[in-house]
Design a protein around this ligand. Structure first.
Ligand SMILES: Nc1nc2c(ncn2[C@@H]2O[C@H](COP(=O)(O)OP(=O)(O)OP(=O)(O)O)[C@@H](O)[C@H]2O)c(=O)[nH]1
Length: 594
């Protein structure tokens, strides 16, 4: 297994997955035990893994996926990343257990960082952390947070490491293995950031916590820092004592990364106390163990120690060799550290760029949305304008109609006689002139009839003015019953009326006038309530004798009318158009034409 300053994280404590299985399920309890013994008892873990693999066919699909997850972890532990990745992919693709998938993703962050694929590790970590709020399983959350703390610590992002370590401490009620692991990372970050005030007490607390939860591996990891602090403060003896007291335990763990760290520190400490042989022995153990990993921190320390020893012993050739290897290892190690920090920055920048891109898209969407709203508002406003316009138009139309109606009413009032509702004198004259002109142009004959009620004054005097009015109206109605639509009928004065009959010969007018005369007498006499005897005298003039000028026709008709009056009333008198109408007038009475 190649380890670049990483301790591959293992789950311990209660396993959410196993908890949902029946206690009697032997496979489930084996899985649970294997899971919790990963870093605490690795031999037992391997034994259980073999047993579970033999009975894999009998496991439920969920248990098989869980076994794949543990096998992926083991493959990474021994550096077989191809197998590890394949098994992890199987879990991520096929498992229906979202918690197991989340744990596998977190494990992959750890695994990617182990093989120095820091950019991929940070990318995957961001994915994991973005889903953290959706996961409630405490172990899965603790694993993800611990992975974050360790990766941030290793990349020099100490603030982030502390924040996530605090988050885990806040989420966890009882001290557990996760607190031990994040505590380890927090203390490592304090040491690397040079915050050494009270560091020994804090380191001791960390060791106590890890021992309490049974995690000797991480307890020893913290002890390393205790020894480093002692060495840094010139207490080489103390450092040697600390490292030696747990050396056997570290050796038993078989964790070569930790063992190299311990040996490298011992080499430094022994050198500090001039125990050259022991120092050289420890340094050479580191070198022997570092085959395949030329750029580790411990190798760098060991080569430096070997260089100093060779130099002090005057073995310049060996000193030069060790110095060259020291420089190469140290540079490689520093590059590795720089690569982590750089990977973090790159992924952060990529995230930032993505966020900016998303923000830009979101802004563009907002603009489009605003544009759409504006368009909507504009069309609503247009609709309102149209509605307003239609209302105004309707209003104008209504007013135009009312004005027109008033106009028509006024025109009617101006043209009609108020009592009888037939044309008044002025309008009669206008219409008559127009009609006579038509007749003249078309060469047709027309007649004018003047009607004057007889002794109407006596009606008024006898029955009163109101009765006189009713008599006038009935007389008009009687006349209208015998008129055509083309005839022009008007009231010329008190009880005097005129009719212009276009397209009417003198012969025709005589018979029509006679019918009107008789109708007048009949209608008025027919009134049961008021037996009033009324008759009318008629003066007729024709265009045949009088021409088409209204004025002339009126004079001739008037002459004829007066003649009818003179000759006894209730008769029709026709003018022949001569100056002395009475000499040649033809009178039509109830008895006939005379
Ligand atoms: N009730 C009523 N009487 C009217 C109206 N206009 C005119 N008169 C009356 O009509 C009468 C006309 O009288 P006169 O001109 O003397 O004629 P007459 O009595 O009909 O006698 P002759 O025409 O000679 O037959 C007058 O008494 C007027 O007051 C009206 O609108 N209503």
């Amino acid at each position: 297994m190649v380890i670049a300053g990483w301790i591959l994280l293992g789950l311990s404590g209660s396993i959410a997955y196993a908890a949902v299985l029946p206690v009697v399920d032997q496979s489930a309890s084996l899985l649970k035990e294997a899971d919790s013994s990963r870093t605490q008892n690795h031999d037992r873990f391997l034994e259980l893994l073999q047993r579970l693999d033999k009975q894999a066919a009998k496991l439920s699909p969920e248990q098989q996926e869980y076994l794949h997850y543990l096998q992926a972890w083991q493959a990474a532990y021994v550096g077989d990343y191809a197998t590890s990745d394949r098994l992890a992919d199987t879990v991520l693709t096929h498992s229906r257990d979202s918690v197991l998938r989340f744990k596998t993703d977190s494990f992959m962050v750890n695994s990617l960082a182990e093989r120095s694929r820091y950019e991929d590790a940070f990318r995957r970590l961001n994915l994991v952390l973005s889903r953290l709020h959706t996961v409630s399983d405490p172990d899965a959350r603790a694993l993800a947070i611990t992975v974050a703390v360790l990766l941030y610590e290793e990349s020099g992002q100490y603030d982030l490491a502390w924040n996530y370590a605090d988050q885990l401490a806040n989420e966890t009620r009882q001290p557990n293995d996760w607190m031990c692991k994040t505590g380890y990372a927090r203390l490592a970050a304090l040491y690397k950031a040079g915050k050494l005030d009270g560091i020994n007490e804090k380191l001791q607390q960390g060791i106590d916590l890890c021992q309490k939860v049974g995690d000797d591996l991480y307890a020893n990891g913290i002890r390393l820092y205790l020894a480093r602090v002692a060495l840094q403060r010139g207490h080489s003896e103390k450092a040697i004592m600390l490292l030696r007291s747990n050396y056997d335990a570290v050796q038993r763990s078989g964790y070569s990364w930790l063992l190299s760290q311990v040996d490298a520190l011992l080499a430094e400490a022994y050198l500090g106390t001039s125990q050259i042989a022991l120092s050289k022995q420890s340094a050479l153990q580191v070198v022997a163990r570092s085959e395949g990993n030329k750029y580790s921190e411990s190798l760098s320390v060991a080569e430096r120690v070997l260089y100093l020893i060779a130099k002090s012993q005057g073995d310049l050739r060996a000193a030069l060799d060790h110095h060259e290897r020291y420089m190469a290892s140290n540079n490689g190690w520093l590059d590795e550290v720089g690569a982590r920090a750089l990977a973090f920055q790159i992924v952060q920048q990529q995230l930032l760029a993505k966020k900016l891109q998303l923000d830009t898209l979101s802004k563009q969407n907002q603009i489009l949305q605003l544009q759409r709203n504006l368009d909507k508002k504009a069309s609503e406003t247009s609709r309102l304008y149209i509605l307003l316009l239609l209302t105004v138009l309707a209003f104008i139309g209504f007013w135009a109609y009312r004005v027109k109606r008033s106009q028509l009413r006024f025109m009617r009032l101006a043209r009609r006689d108020g009592l009888t509702d037939i044309f008044n004198r002025q309008h009669f004259v206008n219409e008559a002139e127009q009609q006579l002109q038509y007749c003249r142009k078309s060469g047709r004959e027309a007649c004018l009839v003047l009607i004057d009620l007889d002794h109407f004054k006596a009606v008024n005097d006898t029955y009163g003015h109101a009765v006189g009015d009713r008599v006038l109206k009935r007389a008009v109605a009687a006349c209208q019953a015998h008129l055509r639509s083309t005839d022009i009928f008007g009231r010329l004065g008190g009880e005097e009326f005129g009719i212009v009959l276009p397209d009417c010969t003198l012969e025709q007018v005589l018979s029509r006038t006679e019918r009107i005369r008789q109708a007048l007498v009949a209608v008025v006499r027919g009134d049961a309530a008021e037996e009033i005897c009324v008759s009318a005298s008629f003066g007729v003039a024709s265009t045949r004798y009088s021409g088409h000028e209204l004025r002339q026709l009126l004079i001739h008709a008037d002459d004829a009318l007066y003649r009818a009056k003179r000759e006894g009333r209730n008769r029709v008198s026709v003018s022949d158009g001569r100056a002395e109408p009475q000499l040649n007038a033809v009178a039509v009475t109830a008895e006939g034409v005379q």
